[in-house]
Design a protein around this ligand. Sequence first.
Ligand SMILES: [Fe+2]
Length: 378
Amino acid sequence: MSDVILPVIDLDVFLAASPDSDAFAAECKKAADALVSYGALLLHDSRVSEEDNNTFLNLIEDYFAQPEHLLKQDERPELGYQVGVTLENTEKPKCAVDEPCLKVIARLDPAERPLDISAHSPDPKCRFFWKMSEKPPYETQYPSLNAPNVVPKAEGIRERWTPIMEKWGTSMKNAVEDLAEMTAIGLGLSRETFRDAGRYGPHLLAPTASDLVKYGRKDTILAGFHTDLNFLTIHGRSRYPGLNIWARNTGKRIPVKFPPAGRYLLVQAGKQLEHLTGGLIKAGYHEVVVNDATLQAIERRKAENPDRPLIRISSTFFWHLSSDYDLAPIPDLQEKARTIRADSINLGKVDLDEETIYEPMKVGQQVQNELRHIALMA
Ligand SMILES: [Fe+2]
């Protein structure tokens, strides 16, 4: 385990400082560097309210506390589960069957490896996908990735659902889109590069839920070791720790710790960002497990809120590039990626990994390829 603290990027600086100022440029550079080095960062955004996060977590706890036959009504398997609910034991961590990924684990020091997923059946986590996308002004080649939202039917949840989902989702979307601008600037690209590429992306507010009564034993894998298939993933604070990430350059398992108070979000790089930067920024590996800190949080929650459902919610938002966007490495960034790789090989510093080829393809194609891997689409 490691005491690495992730870099903290201040969106307030980006929003308040003049674009010509040194402070502005430095904060953007810091954001890009953090993603290159760690594949993750903590984002400080004063516009995000902790109370909105709590309201959101309460709603999702109430939703997943419903009996399974009610939840089942919100499933849409024919749409690859890209809207509505996904119940537990459906999604498989890609890594359990994926050779390059197993090699990543094998290269880690045994003490820094994720919990063993080789015998792990599908993840015991449930999820809800709520679309936060803008309809494209053109006909998309990928309509099933752009299907309408599902609103739960149960009284007491139905009325609260849309306003709370939209409010929290919009906070996360604004924060992640601003960070996408900072990253573009920090990489030497024009400010709108990523924001424009993802303008019509099928963005998802995608809370996951793990039943801690059923799955609250130490060393239970709630989500097995994997990377995300989208561009950037952003999370609010969870009520239970358990998320571990691996920074590409340290080979260390890093338990994610939020500062104890304040308006912070966690951001991680996904596969689309890796592809577009030719591997300069790598998608970050992560897992969610029950560890000692999770157990302590469970005990505290039971004592302080005995009437609440004991469910671990993660308030995840997946920001995507537009499905019809042509995904291909940006030449300057790919060149930089090659230089960094060559340097690290010359220094004898890891990465005996074969060079990844980033084939040009539509984003929608990339998403479908990834979904097949994790058993969500036939
Ligand atoms: Fe993930």
